[in-house]
Design a protein around this ligand. Structure first.
Ligand SMILES: [Zn+2]
Length: 414
C-alpha cells in the first residue's frame, strides 16, 4: 500500500515504512523487489515502534502518513513533533463508532472530546480529530492548517499542514467550540471557547461569552446535551481543493478510483467553508412528521431569505447553512401550511415547534443566484462497490461466525 506513494517522491526524497509487524516488513520487502531498482533506492523499511522513530527524528519529515488500524490517537504526539515546518500530516481514523458517539467515554479518553450522536456525527468526527491534532501540536508551540478533511466509506482522513509559531498558536481558542444539541429536535448551537476583546486599542484573548443557549430549547422546549470541544474553523483549504480537483480531472486515466475521487472533491469544493456541521432534511421533517421538501426547494427558501446554503460531502440530504435554527424552523412551518403533517404520529417537540406562527414568510420559488441551485453535472456520492463493504477484521485475528457482517456471507463460505 505504502509503495503507491513512490511516484510522488522528488529526486532527493526517501520513503520510510515503519511498522511493528515482521510480516508487514517481509511483504514490503517483496513488493520493493517487484518494483525494481527505483523502489530499492528510494524506500527504506524499519521494524520499529513508529512513535519512538518519530520522536527521535524531530522536524525531519516533509510528509507523515498515519494509517493505523483503528485510532491514530497514540501516534499524534510524536507525529506533530516529527513533521518539518510547513510539512504535511495525513491521518486516517477507522474507529468511527468511537468518534461518532457509540462509546462517548472512550472518545473522550482517546481524543479529549465528547461526541454527539446526531446526523452530522461523521463531520463532527473530522472536527474532533482536527481538534485533537491541534491540541498535541500546541504543546510544542505548533499549530495546524487543515487543507482537506474527508469522510469516505468507513473511515475519516484529514490532511493538515503543521507550522511553528507561539503567537499564531494563541488563536487556537478561536478555532474551537463546544456544541449544544437539543434532545427534542434537530437544533444545535456552537459555543466558542474564546474571543478577542479590545483593550487600550490592543486585542486580547478572553474566554468565550455564554451560554449561547437557554436551559430549554426555544424552538421545542427540549433539554440540551453538550459535546466537544471540536474544531469549528474551516476544515478545507478551498483554493487547494479546487487546484487538486483540476489536476485530477486533467489526469483522469491515472486514477483507477477516478469517479470516487471526483465525487468527493467536487462535494468538498462546494461546501460553505465557514459553516460547521449541517442539518439533515429528512431528520427535520421526521421531527415535524411532515413530507420532506426537496433539497432544491429548501435551498431556494434559504437563499431567498438571504442566507448561504450548500450540500455536505458526508450526507446526500445534508444542508449546510448560515441561517439560524429558528429561520430553518420558520421555513418548515411555512412548508407545513401547504403540506399538512401526520397528526396522529406527532410528538410533543414537533407539536411545540408547529404551535408557533412563523415570523419569516418563506419564498420557495427558484432564486436567480446560482448558490441556491444544485449544479448536478457530476455525481457527489458514489454507491459502495460491493455488498458488505466495510472494514475487515484486524490482521492476525481468527475469523469467526461473529465476523459475518464485516466479511459477508459469501466470503465466510469461501
Ligand atoms: Zn429543540
Amino acid at each position: 500500500m505504502a509503495l503507491r506513494k513512490l511516484w510522488l517522491l522528488t529526486m532527493t526524497q526517501v520513503l520510510f515504512i515503519i511498522t511493528l509487524s515482521p510480516e508487514s516488513i517481509e511483504a514490503c520487502k517483496r513488493n520493493i523487489e517487484l518494483n525494481g531498482c527505483l523502489a530499492s533506492s528510494k524506500v527504506e523499511t524499519h521494524l520499529a515502534d513508529a512513535r519512538v522513530y518519530m520522536l527521535t527524528h524531530p522536524k525531519e519529515f516533509d510528509v507523515i502518513d498515519l494509517d493505523p488500524y483503528g485510532s491514530p490517537s497514540s501516534f499524534l504526539d510524536s507525529a506533530v513533533q516529527s513533521i518539518a515546518d510547513g510539512g504535511l500530516l495525513m491521518c486516517t481514523a477507522t474507529d468511527m463508532p468511537v468518534l461518532c458517539g457509540g462509546c462517548t467515554e472512550v472518545c473522550y479518553s482517546k481524543y479529549g472530546s465528547y461526541p454527539i450522536r446526531a446526523k452530522y456525527c461523521h463531520e463532527m468526527a473530522l472536527r474532533i480529530l482536527l481538534a485533537c491534532i491541534e491540541s498535541h501540536a500546541n504543546r510544542y508551540k505548533r499549530y495546524i492548517v487543515p487543507i482537506l478533511s474527508v469522510q469516505m466509506d468507513f473511515y475519516i482522513r484529514v490532511f493538515v499542514r503543521i507550522f511553528t509559531s507561539a503567537s499564531a498558536m494563541n488563536t487556537t481558542l478561536l478555532k474551537l467550540s463546544y456544541i449544544f444539541q437539543c434532545n427534542g429536535c434537530d437544533s444545535f448551537h456552537l459555543q466558542s471557547l474564546g474571543r478577542i476583546i479590545t483593550k487600550n486599542n490592543r486585542g486580547k484573548y478572553a474566554p468565550g461569552s455564554g451560554p449561547v443557549v437557554p436551559q430549554e430549547c426555544s424552538n421545542c422546549g427540549g433539554k440540551f446535551s453538550m459535546g466537544g470541544p471540536m474544531w469549528s474553523a474551516p476544515i478545507h483549504d478551498q483554493e487547494w481543493v479546487a487546484s487538486v480537483l483540476q489536476n485530477v480531472k486533467s489526469m483522469k486515466d491515472k486514477y483507477p478510483a477516478y469517479k470516487k475521487i471526483l465525487a468527493v472533491l467536487t462535494a468538498t469544493s462546494e461546501e460553505l467553508p465557514d459553516v460547521p456541521l449541517f442539518v439533515n432534511l429528512h431528520s427535520l421533517s421526521a421531527t415535524l412528521k411532515c413530507t420532506p421538501p426537496s433539497a432544491r426547494i429548501m435551498r431556494s427558501a434559504l437563499v431567498n431569505s438571504g442566507y448561504g446554503v450548500s450540500g455536505s460531502h458526508v450526507d446526500p440530504v445534508g444542508l449546510k447553512t448560515d441561517a439560524p435554527m429558528h429561520v430553518i424552523w420558520d421555513i418548515l412551518r411555512c412548508w407545513v401550511k401547504n403540506n399538512p403533517v401526520e397528526t396522529h404520529h406527532q410528538n410533543q417537540y414537533g407539536i411545540a415547534i408547529l404551535s408557533k406562527e412563523p415570523v419569516l414568510h418563506a419564498d420557495f420559488s427558484s432564486p436567480v443566484t446560482p448558490q441556491g441551485r444544485s449544479q448536478r453535472k457530476e455525481p457527489r456520492f458514489i454507491p459502495n462497490p460491493e455488498k458488505h463493504w466495510g472494514p475487515k477484521i484486524r490482521a492476525g485475528r481468527k475469523i469467526e461466525s461473529k465476523h459475518t457482517s464485516s466479511l459477508g456471507p459469501k466470503r465466510m463460505s469461501d
